[in-house]
Design a protein around this ligand. Structure first.
Ligand SMILES: O=C(O)C1=C[C@@H](OP(=O)(O)O)[C@@H](O)[C@H](O)C1
Ligand SMILES: C=C(OP(=O)(O)O)C(=O)O
Length: 435
């Protein structure tokens, strides 16, 4: 159990370099694996989820060397040169590893067993296996939807036209990897635009993809060549500091080199709608735009967050719900049912966390209604909260503790290893009193 710190008189002050973007780190490893030659990945995210992708690729015969903040991947020069793994591929807690690799590995000439931890084994995979099976892949999944399972050998894939039922970047990316190996042109239509790191990275590696709004066309590719990838800081991790800086009195923070891909900046847009001013010091664009984010404590007000807002802020909804609890007035979150199938049921768990801190919050099937503005306060002088093994919930609880009257303890701080192993250390560093 971890006793969580409360912010002092000076609030949070200083500069943070949040670790590398998780989505981009996974993809850099995967594209590195299928490219020819070496790929250097600078400032990758050294977290449990990214190590799950790395371990799976190593088990398939891909050489990945780790050197301090960098990785060097020696690619297999295509999809057909992998080695049959000796054991089940274990994706740990990582939905991104599972779903993207299901697409990347959909047409191997051998069977592969796949598994994950208890949380991952509850997350739906039919959304990926169904279209891939239509293309000629064969997945055996527990109850047709869950890990553990087997990716069966396939004799080859054929293109399909597919309307995604959910605005999921993971499903879209799985279909892009499959489309790259299929005969014909695969057409993917998304209901809403989701993060486009796969599309950008494919182009960076020399590949071709047609993107027109929500419609993507992908076919067989020229030989991809190894690249140097600079991974920007993860905006999903920066989001915890943005909200911490806004709700903790007397704070002033600079978050350095954060990725500001427009498909990911929903948290900034929504905080701005709540009345926040966040300054962006932009850098030169590479494949992914980057900026320093500057934030100071400011009053916030409630807003309505609807279905169209969700994809660009999907992982930031838990911390936005905390911001809403500290804002004046009512915030309604709707159209966010996807949150129920993340590492935990993030609607139910956030409602529980906020209620333990005295917040007036009502759970809805697709979101919640938060009546904000009351100071956060524990019912007893000291309470212990569980993040239910969910890294994002664990970090939300640590941010809430900064401004809660009463001592908050966290039962499962180790959950943070999934995306931000040094989060508590980085947060504590901002509380050192400056003379
Ligand atoms: O493609 C990605 O890297 C991700 C996509 C999102 O999931 P969905 O595709 O399920 O929305 C997000 O929640 C996840 O953290 C990372
Ligand atoms: C949902 C998340 O990740 P994944 O789907 O990769 O487990 C997340 O990081 O919040």
């Amino acid at each position: 159990m971890q006793a969580l710190a409360k912010a002092g008189q000076n609030g949070l002050q200083g500069t943070v370099q949040v670790p590398g973007d998780k989505s981009i780190s996974h993809r850099a490893l995967m594209f590195g694996a299928i490219a020819a030659g070496q790929t250097e990945i600078h400032d990758f995210l050294p977290s449990a989820d990214v190590y799950s992708t790395m371990a799976a690729l190593r088990a398939l015969g891909v050489q990945v060397e780790e050197k301090e903040h960098d990785l060097v991947v020696t690619g297999r020069g295509g999809f057909q040169n992998f080695r049959a793994p000796k054991q089940a591929l274990d994706f740990g807690n990582s939905g991104t590893s599972t779903r993207l690799l299901m697409g990347l590995l959909a047409a191997q000439p051998f069977d592969m067993a796949i598994e994950g931890d208890a949380s991952l084994s509850k997350r739906p995979l039919k959304r990926v296996s169904e279209p891939l099976n239509q293309m000629g892949a064969h997945f055996d999944l527990r109850d047709g939807n869950y890990l553990p399972g087997t990716i069966r050998a396939s004799a080859g894939l054929k293109a399909i036209d597919y309307d995604l039922p959910v605005a999921s970047a993971q499903v879209k990316s799985a279909l892009i990897f499959a489309g790259m190996q299929a005969e014909g042109t695969t057409r993917i239509v998304s209901p809403l635009i989701s993060r486009d790191h796969t599309e950008r990275m494919l182009r960076k590696f020399g590949g071709q993809i047609k993107v027109a709004g929500k419609v993507i066309e992908i076919a067989a590719q020229p030989q991809l060549e190894g690249q140097v990838i600079d991974v920007p800081g993860d905006i999903s991790s920066a989001a915890f500091f943005l909200v911490a800086g806004l709700i903790t009195p007397n704070s002033k923070l600079r978050l350095k080199k954060v990725g500001i891909n427009p498909t990911r900046t929903g948290v900034i847009t929504l905080l701005e709608r709540m009345g926040a001013q966040i300054k962006l010091d932009k850098f030169q664009d590479d494949a992914e735009p980057v900026a320093d984010l500057l934030v100071e404590s400011q009053p916030l007000h409630g807003i309505e967050i609807g279905a169209a807002d969700i994809p660009a802020a999907v992982d930031e909804l838990p911390i936005l719900a905390l911001a809403a609890a500290c804002a004046q007035g009512q915030t309604i979150i709707s159209g966010a049912e996807e949150l129920r199938v993340k590492e935990s049921d993030r609607i139910a768990e956030m409602v529980k966390v906020l209620q333990s801190l005295g917040v007036d919050v009502e759970e809805k099937p697709d979101g919640m209604v938060i009546k904000g503005g009351r100071p956060l306060k524990t019912a007893k002088p000291e309470i212990a909260l569980s993040a239910n093994g969910d890294h994002r919930l664990a970090m939300v609880i640590a941010v809430a503790a900064l401004v809660t009257e009463g001592q908050v303890n966290l039962l499962d701080p180790e959950a943070m290893r999934v995306s931000y192993p040094n989060f508590l250390q980085d947060l504590t560093n901002l509380m050192k009193v400056k003379e």
